[in-house]
Design a protein around this ligand. Structure first.
Ligand code: ATP
Ligand code: MG
Length: 560
Protein backbone atom coordinates (compact mmCIF):
# COMPACT_ATOMS: atom_id res chain seq x y z
CA UNK A 1 0.00 0.00 0.00
CA UNK A 2 2.90 2.32 0.59
CA UNK A 3 4.48 2.26 -2.83
CA UNK A 4 2.71 5.27 -4.26
CA UNK A 5 3.31 7.28 -1.10
CA UNK A 6 6.09 9.80 -1.08
CA UNK A 7 7.43 9.17 2.38
CA UNK A 8 6.18 7.50 5.49
CA UNK A 9 6.39 9.15 8.86
CA UNK A 10 8.15 7.18 11.54
CA UNK A 11 4.92 5.88 13.06
CA UNK A 12 3.81 4.58 9.67
CA UNK A 13 7.21 2.96 9.29
CA UNK A 14 6.74 1.15 12.60
CA UNK A 15 3.34 -0.09 11.47
CA UNK A 16 4.71 -1.22 8.12
CA UNK A 17 7.46 -3.15 9.88
CA UNK A 18 4.93 -4.80 12.18
CA UNK A 19 2.82 -5.77 9.19
CA UNK A 20 5.75 -7.22 7.33
CA UNK A 21 6.78 -9.21 10.38
CA UNK A 22 3.39 -10.84 10.50
CA UNK A 23 0.89 -8.56 12.20
CA UNK A 24 -2.52 -9.26 10.71
CA UNK A 25 -3.72 -5.96 9.17
CA UNK A 26 -7.18 -6.71 10.51
CA UNK A 27 -5.76 -6.43 14.00
CA UNK A 28 -4.75 -2.83 13.56
CA UNK A 29 -6.61 -0.58 15.94
CA UNK A 30 -5.83 2.90 17.24
CA UNK A 31 -7.27 5.14 19.89
CA UNK A 32 -7.46 8.80 20.84
CA UNK A 33 -7.49 9.02 24.65
CA UNK A 34 -8.42 12.50 25.94
CA UNK A 35 -8.82 13.20 29.61
CA UNK A 36 -12.16 15.05 29.91
CA UNK A 37 -10.70 17.86 32.01
CA UNK A 38 -10.81 20.64 29.45
CA UNK A 39 -11.50 21.47 25.83
CA UNK A 40 -9.38 20.11 23.01
CA UNK A 41 -6.70 22.36 21.58
CA UNK A 42 -4.71 22.48 18.37
CA UNK A 43 -2.11 20.18 19.95
CA UNK A 44 -4.77 17.53 20.44
CA UNK A 45 -5.67 18.04 16.79
CA UNK A 46 -2.19 16.74 15.93
CA UNK A 47 -2.90 13.55 17.85
CA UNK A 48 -6.43 13.27 16.46
CA UNK A 49 -5.24 13.75 12.88
CA UNK A 50 -2.44 11.25 13.45
CA UNK A 51 -4.57 8.50 15.01
CA UNK A 52 -7.67 8.95 12.90
CA UNK A 53 -5.48 9.52 9.87
CA UNK A 54 -3.85 6.13 10.46
CA UNK A 55 -7.31 4.66 10.84
CA UNK A 56 -8.31 6.02 7.44
CA UNK A 57 -5.06 5.01 5.82
CA UNK A 58 -5.14 1.43 7.09
CA UNK A 59 -8.93 1.05 7.16
CA UNK A 60 -8.61 0.32 10.85
CA UNK A 61 -10.97 1.28 13.67
CA UNK A 62 -10.09 4.13 16.03
CA UNK A 63 -11.55 4.20 19.52
CA UNK A 64 -12.42 7.36 21.33
CA UNK A 65 -11.44 6.58 24.88
CA UNK A 66 -12.08 9.03 27.65
CA UNK A 67 -9.29 8.65 30.12
CA UNK A 68 -11.43 9.50 33.10
CA UNK A 69 -9.60 8.24 36.15
CA UNK A 70 -9.37 11.53 38.02
CA UNK A 71 -12.84 12.36 39.32
CA UNK A 72 -11.65 15.64 40.82
CA UNK A 73 -11.19 17.39 37.50
CA UNK A 74 -13.47 15.73 35.01
CA UNK A 75 -16.87 16.77 33.82
CA UNK A 76 -19.58 15.79 31.36
CA UNK A 77 -19.37 19.24 29.74
CA UNK A 78 -15.86 18.36 28.57
CA UNK A 79 -16.91 14.95 27.27
CA UNK A 80 -19.59 16.58 25.12
CA UNK A 81 -17.26 19.31 23.86
CA UNK A 82 -14.56 16.79 22.94
CA UNK A 83 -17.00 14.66 20.93
CA UNK A 84 -18.32 17.69 19.13
CA UNK A 85 -14.82 18.86 18.19
CA UNK A 86 -13.68 15.50 16.84
CA UNK A 87 -16.83 15.19 14.74
CA UNK A 88 -16.42 18.73 13.51
CA UNK A 89 -12.89 17.91 12.38
CA UNK A 90 -14.52 15.25 10.24
CA UNK A 91 -13.46 12.07 12.01
CA UNK A 92 -15.55 9.09 13.09
CA UNK A 93 -14.60 6.90 16.00
CA UNK A 94 -15.41 3.24 16.14
CA UNK A 95 -16.35 2.92 19.82
CA UNK A 96 -16.90 5.53 22.48
CA UNK A 97 -15.25 4.10 25.57
CA UNK A 98 -14.33 5.19 29.08
CA UNK A 99 -11.46 4.03 31.25
CA UNK A 100 -13.95 4.13 34.09
CA UNK A 101 -15.77 1.25 32.39
CA UNK A 102 -12.74 -0.84 33.27
CA UNK A 103 -12.61 0.03 36.97
CA UNK A 104 -13.82 -3.43 37.97
CA UNK A 105 -11.42 -5.23 35.64
CA UNK A 106 -8.52 -3.06 36.77
CA UNK A 107 -9.43 -3.78 40.36
CA UNK A 108 -9.56 -7.52 39.69
CA UNK A 109 -6.16 -7.36 38.06
CA UNK A 110 -4.81 -5.44 41.03
CA UNK A 111 -5.97 -8.31 43.25
CA UNK A 112 -4.15 -10.65 40.89
CA UNK A 113 -0.97 -8.60 41.32
CA UNK A 114 -1.30 -8.77 45.08
CA UNK A 115 -1.80 -12.52 44.93
CA UNK A 116 1.30 -12.88 42.78
CA UNK A 117 3.22 -10.92 45.39
CA UNK A 118 3.68 -8.05 42.97
CA UNK A 119 1.76 -5.34 44.75
CA UNK A 120 1.48 -4.12 48.33
CA UNK A 121 -0.41 -1.60 50.38
CA UNK A 122 1.79 1.17 51.71
CA UNK A 123 0.60 3.09 54.80
CA UNK A 124 3.07 5.90 54.39
CA UNK A 125 2.28 9.44 53.35
CA UNK A 126 3.15 10.59 49.85
CA UNK A 127 5.94 12.73 51.31
CA UNK A 128 7.52 9.70 53.00
CA UNK A 129 7.21 7.68 49.84
CA UNK A 130 8.80 10.45 47.80
CA UNK A 131 11.68 10.69 50.24
CA UNK A 132 12.47 7.00 49.85
CA UNK A 133 12.43 7.20 46.10
CA UNK A 134 16.12 8.05 45.80
CA UNK A 135 17.60 9.72 42.74
CA UNK A 136 18.78 8.40 39.39
CA UNK A 137 22.23 7.93 40.93
CA UNK A 138 21.07 6.83 44.37
CA UNK A 139 19.05 3.72 45.07
CA UNK A 140 15.68 4.10 46.71
CA UNK A 141 14.82 2.70 50.12
CA UNK A 142 12.33 -0.10 50.55
CA UNK A 143 9.10 0.81 52.26
CA UNK A 144 8.71 -0.81 55.70
CA UNK A 145 5.44 -2.24 54.35
CA UNK A 146 6.97 -3.75 51.24
CA UNK A 147 7.01 -7.31 52.50
CA UNK A 148 3.55 -7.58 53.92
CA UNK A 149 1.82 -10.91 53.48
CA UNK A 150 -0.56 -11.44 50.61
CA UNK A 151 -3.43 -11.86 53.09
CA UNK A 152 -2.70 -8.60 54.84
CA UNK A 153 -2.43 -6.78 51.53
CA UNK A 154 -5.73 -8.20 50.32
CA UNK A 155 -7.42 -7.18 53.53
CA UNK A 156 -6.02 -3.65 53.49
CA UNK A 157 -6.78 -3.14 49.82
CA UNK A 158 -10.35 -4.25 50.48
CA UNK A 159 -10.56 -1.64 53.24
CA UNK A 160 -9.21 1.02 50.91
CA UNK A 161 -11.94 0.10 48.47
CA UNK A 162 -14.66 0.17 51.09
CA UNK A 163 -13.70 3.68 52.11
CA UNK A 164 -12.39 2.74 55.53
CA UNK A 165 -9.21 4.79 55.05
CA UNK A 166 -8.77 8.49 54.62
CA UNK A 167 -7.45 10.06 51.45
CA UNK A 168 -3.67 10.09 51.45
CA UNK A 169 -3.36 7.46 54.16
CA UNK A 170 -2.86 4.34 52.03
CA UNK A 171 -1.84 3.50 48.48
CA UNK A 172 -1.37 0.32 46.52
CA UNK A 173 2.08 0.06 44.94
CA UNK A 174 3.53 -2.29 42.39
CA UNK A 175 6.45 -4.24 43.79
CA UNK A 176 9.08 -3.85 41.11
CA UNK A 177 12.41 -2.54 42.38
CA UNK A 178 13.61 0.40 44.42
CA UNK A 179 16.92 0.23 42.61
CA UNK A 180 15.65 0.49 39.04
CA UNK A 181 17.51 3.02 36.92
CA UNK A 182 14.19 4.18 35.53
CA UNK A 183 12.70 6.08 38.46
CA UNK A 184 9.19 5.29 37.31
CA UNK A 185 9.89 1.61 38.01
CA UNK A 186 10.62 2.24 41.69
CA UNK A 187 7.47 0.69 43.09
CA UNK A 188 4.99 3.03 41.37
CA UNK A 189 1.64 3.78 42.94
CA UNK A 190 -1.25 2.07 41.19
CA UNK A 191 -4.20 3.03 43.40
CA UNK A 192 -4.98 5.91 45.69
CA UNK A 193 -7.88 6.63 48.03
CA UNK A 194 -10.07 9.40 46.63
CA UNK A 195 -13.49 9.94 48.11
CA UNK A 196 -14.84 11.91 45.22
CA UNK A 197 -17.87 11.36 43.11
CA UNK A 198 -17.05 10.38 39.53
CA UNK A 199 -18.94 11.75 36.52
CA UNK A 200 -19.89 8.22 35.46
CA UNK A 201 -19.45 5.85 38.37
CA UNK A 202 -20.84 8.21 41.02
CA UNK A 203 -19.83 7.15 44.51
CA UNK A 204 -19.18 3.49 43.64
CA UNK A 205 -15.45 3.79 44.20
CA UNK A 206 -13.31 5.15 47.00
CA UNK A 207 -10.12 4.20 45.19
CA UNK A 208 -9.06 5.27 41.73
CA UNK A 209 -6.36 3.75 39.50
CA UNK A 210 -3.35 5.81 38.42
CA UNK A 211 -2.66 6.79 34.82
CA UNK A 212 0.08 4.24 34.09
CA UNK A 213 -1.86 1.33 35.47
CA UNK A 214 -4.98 2.37 33.62
CA UNK A 215 -3.66 3.36 30.26
CA UNK A 216 -1.82 0.26 29.12
CA UNK A 217 -4.39 -2.10 30.55
CA UNK A 218 -7.15 -0.17 28.78
CA UNK A 219 -5.23 -0.49 25.53
CA UNK A 220 -4.98 -4.21 26.20
CA UNK A 221 -8.68 -4.59 27.00
CA UNK A 222 -9.56 -2.78 23.79
CA UNK A 223 -6.87 -4.65 21.84
CA UNK A 224 -5.36 -1.46 20.52
CA UNK A 225 -2.41 -2.39 18.33
CA UNK A 226 -0.51 0.92 18.43
CA UNK A 227 -0.89 3.23 21.38
CA UNK A 228 0.59 6.49 20.25
CA UNK A 229 1.32 9.10 22.88
CA UNK A 230 3.54 12.12 23.34
CA UNK A 231 7.23 12.10 24.18
CA UNK A 232 6.92 12.75 27.89
CA UNK A 233 5.67 9.18 28.18
CA UNK A 234 8.78 7.65 26.70
CA UNK A 235 10.11 6.65 30.12
CA UNK A 236 6.72 5.23 30.97
CA UNK A 237 7.04 2.66 28.22
CA UNK A 238 9.01 0.29 30.43
CA UNK A 239 6.28 0.41 33.05
CA UNK A 240 3.59 0.09 30.38
CA UNK A 241 5.26 -3.13 29.27
CA UNK A 242 5.75 -4.41 32.83
CA UNK A 243 2.08 -3.92 33.60
CA UNK A 244 1.12 -5.70 30.39
CA UNK A 245 3.38 -8.61 31.27
CA UNK A 246 1.40 -9.15 34.46
CA UNK A 247 -1.93 -9.67 32.74
CA UNK A 248 -1.00 -10.76 29.23
CA UNK A 249 -2.57 -13.97 27.96
CA UNK A 250 -1.37 -16.00 25.03
CA UNK A 251 -2.77 -15.33 21.57
CA UNK A 252 -4.03 -11.91 22.51
CA UNK A 253 -2.70 -8.86 20.77
CA UNK A 254 -0.05 -7.03 22.72
CA UNK A 255 -0.39 -3.25 22.41
CA UNK A 256 2.70 -1.26 21.60
CA UNK A 257 3.31 2.22 22.95
CA UNK A 258 5.20 4.62 20.69
CA UNK A 259 5.86 8.30 21.22
CA UNK A 260 5.93 11.43 19.09
CA UNK A 261 6.69 15.07 19.92
CA UNK A 262 3.91 17.29 21.24
CA UNK A 263 2.71 20.00 18.94
CA UNK A 264 3.64 23.39 20.32
CA UNK A 265 2.48 26.52 18.58
CA UNK A 266 4.24 29.87 18.82
CA UNK A 267 2.61 32.75 20.72
CA UNK A 268 0.27 30.56 22.70
CA UNK A 269 0.14 27.97 25.44
CA UNK A 270 -1.12 24.47 24.94
CA UNK A 271 -1.79 22.96 28.30
CA UNK A 272 -5.38 22.51 29.40
CA UNK A 273 -4.41 23.50 32.92
CA UNK A 274 -3.11 26.85 31.69
CA UNK A 275 -5.99 27.37 29.30
CA UNK A 276 -8.35 26.72 32.20
CA UNK A 277 -6.61 29.47 34.16
CA UNK A 278 -7.20 31.91 31.31
CA UNK A 279 -10.89 30.98 31.36
CA UNK A 280 -11.34 31.01 35.13
CA UNK A 281 -9.50 34.27 35.63
CA UNK A 282 -11.54 35.96 32.92
CA UNK A 283 -8.51 36.76 30.78
CA UNK A 284 -10.49 35.34 27.86
CA UNK A 285 -14.23 34.97 27.43
CA UNK A 286 -14.55 31.22 27.75
CA UNK A 287 -13.01 28.14 26.15
CA UNK A 288 -14.32 29.18 22.74
CA UNK A 289 -12.92 32.70 22.87
CA UNK A 290 -11.61 33.24 19.33
CA UNK A 291 -8.15 34.01 20.74
CA UNK A 292 -7.85 30.57 22.34
CA UNK A 293 -5.86 27.78 20.65
CA UNK A 294 -8.77 25.45 21.39
CA UNK A 295 -10.60 23.75 18.54
CA UNK A 296 -13.77 25.53 19.66
CA UNK A 297 -11.97 28.88 19.75
CA UNK A 298 -10.49 28.33 16.31
CA UNK A 299 -13.90 27.30 14.96
CA UNK A 300 -15.48 30.44 16.32
CA UNK A 301 -12.62 32.47 14.92
CA UNK A 302 -13.39 31.13 11.44
CA UNK A 303 -10.94 28.27 11.06
CA UNK A 304 -12.34 25.36 9.07
CA UNK A 305 -11.83 21.63 9.67
CA UNK A 306 -9.88 21.46 6.43
CA UNK A 307 -7.50 24.24 7.42
CA UNK A 308 -6.72 22.48 10.70
CA UNK A 309 -6.27 19.11 9.04
CA UNK A 310 -4.08 20.62 6.33
CA UNK A 311 -2.05 22.37 9.00
CA UNK A 312 -1.57 19.13 10.94
CA UNK A 313 -0.54 17.36 7.77
CA UNK A 314 2.05 19.96 6.76
CA UNK A 315 3.41 20.43 10.25
CA UNK A 316 3.88 16.66 10.34
CA UNK A 317 4.95 14.61 13.31
CA UNK A 318 8.34 14.74 14.88
CA UNK A 319 10.52 12.72 17.20
CA UNK A 320 11.87 15.77 19.00
CA UNK A 321 10.19 18.68 20.70
CA UNK A 322 9.82 21.76 18.55
CA UNK A 323 7.65 24.82 18.12
CA UNK A 324 5.50 25.24 15.03
CA UNK A 325 5.12 28.79 13.76
CA UNK A 326 1.54 30.00 14.12
CA UNK A 327 1.98 31.62 10.70
CA UNK A 328 1.70 28.14 9.20
CA UNK A 329 -1.78 27.74 10.64
CA UNK A 330 -2.70 31.20 9.34
CA UNK A 331 -1.33 30.32 5.94
CA UNK A 332 -3.67 27.35 5.65
CA UNK A 333 -6.82 29.26 6.51
CA UNK A 334 -5.89 32.15 4.23
CA UNK A 335 -5.19 29.74 1.44
CA UNK A 336 -8.57 28.09 1.81
CA UNK A 337 -10.62 31.25 2.29
CA UNK A 338 -8.96 32.88 -0.68
CA UNK A 339 -10.52 30.17 -2.77
CA UNK A 340 -13.88 29.96 -1.04
CA UNK A 341 -14.81 33.21 0.67
CA UNK A 342 -17.25 35.61 -0.89
CA UNK A 343 -15.81 39.11 -1.34
CA UNK A 344 -17.79 41.97 0.19
CA UNK A 345 -17.20 45.55 1.23
CA UNK A 346 -17.12 46.63 4.85
CA UNK A 347 -15.91 49.85 6.40
CA UNK A 348 -14.56 49.35 9.88
CA UNK A 349 -13.72 52.92 10.88
CA UNK A 350 -16.03 55.08 8.79
CA UNK A 351 -15.78 58.67 7.62
CA UNK A 352 -18.46 60.21 5.44
CA UNK A 353 -17.76 60.95 1.80
CA UNK A 354 -20.14 63.13 -0.24
CA UNK A 355 -20.03 63.08 -4.06
CA UNK A 356 -21.17 66.64 -4.66
CA UNK A 357 -21.86 66.22 -8.39
CA UNK A 358 -23.88 63.02 -7.94
CA UNK A 359 -27.62 63.72 -8.06
CA UNK A 360 -29.36 63.78 -4.70
CA UNK A 361 -31.78 60.91 -4.23
CA UNK A 362 -30.26 58.89 -7.07
CA UNK A 363 -29.47 55.22 -6.49
CA UNK A 364 -27.64 52.83 -8.74
CA UNK A 365 -27.20 49.11 -8.50
CA UNK A 366 -23.66 48.13 -9.38
CA UNK A 367 -22.48 44.63 -10.09
CA UNK A 368 -19.55 43.24 -8.16
CA UNK A 369 -17.72 39.95 -8.56
CA UNK A 370 -18.17 37.53 -5.68
CA UNK A 371 -14.82 35.84 -5.93
CA UNK A 372 -12.27 36.40 -8.69
CA UNK A 373 -10.56 33.11 -7.64
CA UNK A 374 -13.68 31.12 -8.39
CA UNK A 375 -15.32 31.53 -11.78
CA UNK A 376 -18.51 29.87 -10.57
CA UNK A 377 -18.94 32.26 -7.68
CA UNK A 378 -21.02 34.73 -9.72
CA UNK A 379 -21.67 38.33 -8.86
CA UNK A 380 -23.92 40.40 -6.66
CA UNK A 381 -25.63 43.76 -6.61
CA UNK A 382 -24.19 46.59 -4.57
CA UNK A 383 -26.14 49.83 -4.20
CA UNK A 384 -24.37 53.13 -4.82
CA UNK A 385 -25.49 56.63 -3.90
CA UNK A 386 -24.32 60.16 -3.21
CA UNK A 387 -23.18 59.59 0.36
CA UNK A 388 -20.80 56.84 1.24
CA UNK A 389 -18.63 55.69 4.08
CA UNK A 390 -14.99 55.07 3.41
CA UNK A 391 -12.26 53.96 5.78
CA UNK A 392 -10.90 56.91 7.77
CA UNK A 393 -7.34 55.74 7.15
CA UNK A 394 -7.95 55.72 3.40
CA UNK A 395 -7.98 59.52 3.30
CA UNK A 396 -5.33 62.13 4.02
CA UNK A 397 -5.46 65.81 3.29
CA UNK A 398 -1.85 65.66 2.29
CA UNK A 399 0.42 62.75 1.80
CA UNK A 400 3.55 61.76 -0.05
CA UNK A 401 3.69 59.89 -3.33
CA UNK A 402 3.62 56.50 -1.66
CA UNK A 403 0.14 57.08 -0.34
CA UNK A 404 -2.01 55.53 -3.08
CA UNK A 405 -5.30 56.14 -1.37
CA UNK A 406 -7.45 59.28 -1.42
CA UNK A 407 -5.91 62.72 -0.86
CA UNK A 408 -7.00 66.25 -1.73
CA UNK A 409 -6.95 67.06 -5.46
CA UNK A 410 -6.10 63.46 -6.35
CA UNK A 411 -8.07 60.59 -7.77
CA UNK A 412 -8.83 57.05 -6.68
CA UNK A 413 -11.26 54.43 -7.85
CA UNK A 414 -14.11 53.39 -5.64
CA UNK A 415 -14.08 49.61 -5.93
CA UNK A 416 -16.52 48.29 -8.56
CA UNK A 417 -17.76 51.90 -9.02
CA UNK A 418 -16.43 55.27 -10.16
CA UNK A 419 -13.26 57.31 -10.13
CA UNK A 420 -13.53 60.18 -7.66
CA UNK A 421 -11.41 63.19 -6.84
CA UNK A 422 -11.29 64.73 -3.36
CA UNK A 423 -11.88 68.49 -3.26
CA UNK A 424 -12.40 69.62 0.33
CA UNK A 425 -13.09 68.53 3.88
CA UNK A 426 -15.47 69.54 6.65
CA UNK A 427 -14.08 69.42 10.18
CA UNK A 428 -15.66 69.56 13.61
CA UNK A 429 -14.59 71.94 16.36
CA UNK A 430 -11.76 69.60 17.35
CA UNK A 431 -10.33 69.64 13.88
CA UNK A 432 -11.44 66.10 13.13
CA UNK A 433 -12.59 65.45 9.59
CA UNK A 434 -16.30 64.64 9.52
CA UNK A 435 -16.94 64.84 5.78
CA UNK A 436 -14.90 64.59 2.63
CA UNK A 437 -16.34 66.30 -0.42
CA UNK A 438 -15.43 64.97 -3.81
CA UNK A 439 -16.60 64.81 -7.38
CA UNK A 440 -16.92 61.75 -9.58
CA UNK A 441 -16.23 61.07 -13.21
CA UNK A 442 -19.64 60.02 -14.50
CA UNK A 443 -18.19 58.02 -17.40
CA UNK A 444 -15.75 55.99 -15.35
CA UNK A 445 -18.03 53.27 -13.98
CA UNK A 446 -16.21 49.92 -13.68
CA UNK A 447 -17.12 47.49 -16.38
CA UNK A 448 -19.06 50.04 -18.44
CA UNK A 449 -16.59 49.72 -21.28
CA UNK A 450 -16.05 53.45 -21.79
CA UNK A 451 -12.60 54.97 -22.26
CA UNK A 452 -12.94 56.61 -18.85
CA UNK A 453 -13.77 53.28 -17.21
CA UNK A 454 -10.46 51.92 -18.45
CA UNK A 455 -8.51 54.88 -17.19
CA UNK A 456 -5.95 53.74 -14.67
CA UNK A 457 -5.62 55.47 -11.34
CA UNK A 458 -3.12 54.44 -8.70
CA UNK A 459 -5.41 53.47 -5.88
CA UNK A 460 -8.68 51.62 -5.27
CA UNK A 461 -10.57 51.94 -2.03
CA UNK A 462 -13.64 50.21 -0.64
CA UNK A 463 -16.85 51.90 0.47
CA UNK A 464 -20.45 51.35 1.49
CA UNK A 465 -23.50 53.44 0.65
CA UNK A 466 -24.67 55.15 3.84
CA UNK A 467 -28.37 54.78 3.09
CA UNK A 468 -28.02 51.07 2.46
CA UNK A 469 -25.34 50.03 4.92
CA UNK A 470 -25.88 47.58 7.75
CA UNK A 471 -24.36 48.47 11.12
CA UNK A 472 -21.91 45.96 12.51
CA UNK A 473 -19.52 45.27 15.34
CA UNK A 474 -16.17 43.95 14.26
CA UNK A 475 -13.79 42.17 16.59
CA UNK A 476 -10.15 42.31 15.66
CA UNK A 477 -7.94 39.72 17.30
CA UNK A 478 -4.26 39.69 17.74
CA UNK A 479 -1.99 37.12 19.35
CA UNK A 480 -2.93 36.37 22.92
CA UNK A 481 0.70 36.48 24.02
CA UNK A 482 3.53 38.84 23.14
CA UNK A 483 6.15 36.15 23.56
CA UNK A 484 6.84 33.31 21.18
CA UNK A 485 6.98 30.73 23.97
CA UNK A 486 5.20 32.28 26.96
CA UNK A 487 5.52 29.23 29.17
CA UNK A 488 9.21 28.63 28.60
CA UNK A 489 10.54 31.28 31.00
CA UNK A 490 11.77 29.88 34.28
CA UNK A 491 11.46 33.05 36.34
CA UNK A 492 8.22 34.31 34.82
CA UNK A 493 4.63 33.24 34.70
CA UNK A 494 3.13 32.67 31.26
CA UNK A 495 0.48 35.26 32.12
CA UNK A 496 3.15 37.96 32.32
CA UNK A 497 3.18 37.82 28.53
CA UNK A 498 -0.51 38.40 27.89
CA UNK A 499 -0.94 40.83 25.00
CA UNK A 500 -3.09 43.69 26.34
CA UNK A 501 -4.23 44.49 22.79
CA UNK A 502 -5.31 41.02 21.76
CA UNK A 503 -8.90 42.14 21.24
CA UNK A 504 -9.99 45.39 19.65
CA UNK A 505 -13.70 46.00 19.23
CA UNK A 506 -14.89 48.33 16.49
CA UNK A 507 -18.56 48.94 17.22
CA UNK A 508 -19.31 51.51 14.55
CA UNK A 509 -18.55 49.52 11.44
CA UNK A 510 -20.79 49.25 8.37
CA UNK A 511 -21.13 46.44 5.87
CA UNK A 512 -22.79 46.27 2.48
CA UNK A 513 -26.49 45.30 2.52
CA UNK A 514 -25.95 41.87 0.96
CA UNK A 515 -24.72 40.80 4.40
CA UNK A 516 -28.04 41.43 6.06
CA UNK A 517 -28.97 37.76 5.76
CA UNK A 518 -25.60 36.42 6.84
CA UNK A 519 -25.77 33.62 9.40
CA UNK A 520 -23.50 32.63 12.26
CA UNK A 521 -20.34 31.08 10.88
CA UNK A 522 -20.68 32.53 7.36
CA UNK A 523 -17.32 33.60 6.03
CA UNK A 524 -16.34 36.58 3.93
CA UNK A 525 -13.39 38.44 2.64
CA UNK A 526 -13.83 42.09 3.56
CA UNK A 527 -12.02 43.49 0.59
CA UNK A 528 -8.61 44.97 1.31
CA UNK A 529 -8.95 44.01 4.99
CA UNK A 530 -9.03 40.30 5.65
CA UNK A 531 -11.23 37.30 6.30
CA UNK A 532 -14.12 37.62 8.69
CA UNK A 533 -16.94 35.41 9.91
CA UNK A 534 -20.25 36.04 11.59
CA UNK A 535 -20.04 35.52 15.35
CA UNK A 536 -22.72 33.79 17.40
CA UNK A 537 -23.25 37.10 19.26
CA UNK A 538 -24.88 38.59 16.13
CA UNK A 539 -28.45 39.85 16.46
CA UNK A 540 -31.00 41.03 13.93
CA UNK A 541 -30.15 44.61 14.94
CA UNK A 542 -26.43 44.29 14.75
CA UNK A 543 -24.18 41.87 12.98
CA UNK A 544 -21.04 40.85 14.84
CA UNK A 545 -17.96 39.74 12.93
CA UNK A 546 -14.72 38.11 13.99
CA UNK A 547 -11.58 38.75 12.05
CA UNK A 548 -10.25 35.30 11.28
CA UNK A 549 -7.02 36.57 9.78
CA UNK A 550 -5.92 39.77 8.06
CA UNK A 551 -5.02 39.68 4.38
CA UNK A 552 -1.47 40.71 5.11
CA UNK A 553 0.43 39.95 8.22
CA UNK A 554 0.99 43.44 9.59
CA UNK A 555 2.10 41.87 12.85
CA UNK A 556 5.27 40.39 11.47
CA UNK A 557 6.27 43.73 10.01
CA UNK A 558 5.71 45.71 13.19
CA UNK A 559 7.53 43.34 15.46
CA UNK A 560 10.48 42.14 13.51
P1 ATP B 1 -2.64 18.92 28.36
O1 ATP B 1 -1.28 19.01 28.94
O2 ATP B 1 -2.97 19.98 27.38
O3 ATP B 1 -3.71 18.74 29.39
P2 ATP B 1 -2.72 16.15 27.95
O4 ATP B 1 -1.70 15.35 27.24
O5 ATP B 1 -2.80 16.02 29.41
O6 ATP B 1 -2.59 17.62 27.49
P3 ATP B 1 -4.89 14.50 27.21
O7 ATP B 1 -6.33 14.79 27.22
O8 ATP B 1 -4.36 13.55 28.19
O9 ATP B 1 -4.15 15.87 27.36
O10 ATP B 1 -4.42 14.13 25.75
C1 ATP B 1 -5.12 13.28 24.87
C2 ATP B 1 -4.16 12.84 23.80
O11 ATP B 1 -3.72 13.97 23.06
C3 ATP B 1 -2.93 12.17 24.38
O12 ATP B 1 -2.61 11.07 23.59
C4 ATP B 1 -1.89 13.23 24.28
O13 ATP B 1 -0.61 12.68 24.18
C5 ATP B 1 -2.31 14.01 23.04
N1 ATP B 1 -1.86 15.40 23.12
C6 ATP B 1 -2.12 16.29 24.10
N2 ATP B 1 -1.50 17.45 23.86
C7 ATP B 1 -0.83 17.30 22.70
C8 ATP B 1 0.02 18.14 21.92
N3 ATP B 1 0.30 19.37 22.30
N4 ATP B 1 0.53 17.64 20.78
C9 ATP B 1 0.25 16.39 20.39
N5 ATP B 1 -0.53 15.55 21.06
C10 ATP B 1 -1.07 15.98 22.22
MG1 MG C 1 -3.30 14.67 30.68
Amino acid sequence: MSEEKKSLNFIEQIIEEDLSSGLNPEKLRFRFPPEPNGYLHIGHAASICLNFGLGEEYHAPVNLRFDDTNPAKEEQEYVDAIKKDIQWLGFKWDKELYSSDYFQQLYDWAILLIKKGKAYVDDQTSAEIAEQKGTPIKDGVDSPYRNRSVEENLELFEKMKKGEFDEGSHVLRAKISMKATNMLMRDPIIYRVLKKSHHRTGSDWNIYPMYDWTHGESDYIEQVSHSICTLEFKHHRELYDWFLDQVYEDKKLRPKQREFARRNLSYTVMSKRKLLQLVEEGIVNGWDDPRMPTISGLRRRGYTPKSIRDFSETAGIAKRDNVTDIALLEFHIKNELNRTAQRVMAVLDPVKLVITNYPEGKEEILIAENNPEDENAGSREVPFSRELYIEREDFREQANKKFFRLKLDKEVRLKSAYIIKANSVVKDENGEIIEIHCTYDEDSRSGSGTEASKRRVKGTIHWVSIDHAEPAEVRLYDRLFTDEAPDSHKDKDFKDFINPDSLKILDNAFVEPSLKKAKTGDQFQFQRLGYFNVDKDSTSEKLVFNRTVPLRDSWAKQNK
